[in-house]
Design a protein around this ligand. Sequence first.
Ligand SMILES: Nc1ncnc2c1ncn2[C@@H]1O[C@H](COP(=O)(O)OP(=O)(O)OP(=O)(O)O)[C@@H](O)[C@H]1O
Ligand SMILES: [Mg+2]
Length: 591
Amino acid sequence: MSAQLLPIAEPAEVRRAAWRLIQSDRVAFVVVLLMNCAAAAAGLLGPWLIGLIVSRVQAGAGVAAIDRLGLLVLVAAAAQFVIGRQARYLGYRFGERTAGRLRVQLTDRLMRLPARTVERAGTGDLTARATADAGLVSIVLRDAAPEMMFALVQALIVIVAVVLLSPLLGLVGLVALSAIPLVLRWYLRRARSAYLVQGATNAAVADVLASTAAGARTVEALGLHDRRTTACSTSIAAATAAQLRTLRLRSVFFPTIDISTALAVGAVFGVGGLLYLDHQVSLGTVVAAVLYLRQLSTPIDTILIWVETLQSAIASFARLEGLASQARPTRPRPPATPVDQHILVTDVYYAYDDIDVLEGVSLDVEVGEHLAVVGPSGAGKTTLGRLIAGVDRPRAGSVTVGGVSVADLPPEQLRQHVVLVTQEHHVFADPLRDNLTLAAPHATDDDLFAALRVVRADWVSDLPQGLDTDLSIHRLGGAQAQQVALARVVLANPHTLVLDEATALLDPNAARHTERALAATAEGRTVIAVAHRLHTAHDADRIAVMEHGKVTEIGSHDELAAAETSYAALWRAWTGRPPKPQPPAETGKSD
Ligand SMILES: Nc1ncnc2c1ncn2[C@@H]1O[C@H](COP(=O)(O)OP(=O)(O)OP(=O)(O)O)[C@@H](O)[C@H]1O
Ligand SMILES: [Mg+2]
């Protein structure tokens, strides 16, 4: 089954989210903005003073006056340096804080993703968002955003200054610079897809090489050398073509930008010279305007260096924001408290990809009852188990415990009612104690040992550091990991257990061991067990047979075996005997 990509936020939503980020630290943002303006304004003083010096020298001013102006130029440069440094420093701090908030928000959203969404998305997309996307956005917030803000403010203020100094020269400069936005647009439109193709073709080369190396024996055995060589050559050719394309784009883009800035300076110089000869502007004004335009090249370079990264970061930010629509609300409406332990499944429908796999399933499970669910593969047993355990929500119908929908219960409350036990359990790379207390945060060591005794985890006494043993160093076997998972269930102490093939992956010896642990865990609880061994079903109080998304038969072993039922046929196939008289299962009783 192919993974479905998680949604990506729309541009409007991205803008709103960015605005919210700024809003939540708005004082700092405004301060940074003002500091940037001050630094840029200080930068304007230098060229203006030099222009003034030129005019004074021309007017025959004395050396002392010129020296004073020269000193002011130095003071202005120092002021620009100090204020600019402070502006950048505050900008970096703002970026760092914002990146931190974004990370916290991301973790929170990931934790609130419904299990079904995570499964459907697959780990690739989620991991990419949580690592590559979050990383890129953080880098941009920390480095690019402060630099770009500084550069943008500087460029804007310089342009405004030239226009104020001499509207005509300002116009000449702007016309000469107008090629930059055009060529930038041209470049960005092509660059994104070109770099994506470059990335994909590079990945393809790595894939082909890795799979050829991994399958070396097969290649040798079947004489596939030529085929693999052709495959490698083809993917390398595609990668080269993609790299040439991006190179061509860069070789048009960067020179055009450089020429535009040089042209602007040259044009203002030329036109300014003519205007000066015509006595329309002073020499000082021309010198100041030219110096201002020279100053533009640094911020323009900064903006161009980062603009691509910024574009990718905006795409990444949209992917991070896409998670928001999938996460459960932080505060769902307060759930009602179940009045008793009664599990009721009423006319439930569930669909994967718009195809119903449960069609009108109803079950009334008595408190303390052991109900086995049997049926052919694909009948919907696992799906039903997940709905009863509140992992998923039915498309129609309801699954309730004590009158409250299980899917509405918050996790910490849900696990006190129903817990799903499958073969997919996870042992965290933490001490054993932490692995257990995650099910019961307030449990004492005595509680933990008691739970471990219930699941017969005798091996605990042999652990080097007891409950403090780090399970990332001391690795547990499959059966031991399952016992840890069961001890968590004992600690959570739910009144109802849903078991789905909890021992299917274990070897027979370990399975027998685990089944005993399971039986001990199940004692005194309501159990709904998907039974893949019919003798387990035989021991249950009732058996529900599922076929094609429906419960087709339900009753005790004796009732079902007595009639011409699917169950009776299954039983015959399983034991090789007619259902009556009742045989004990030859593999031995399990609970
Ligand atoms: N994640 C999924 N995406 C799409 N279809 C699914 C998914 N999981 C299960 N199905 C389909 O839903 C139907 C019911 O599957 P389910 O796993 O509930 O059956 P099951 O009775 O547990 O089978 P088995 O005995 O093999 O475990 C099957 O047709 C299966 O192909
Ligand atoms: Mg199943």
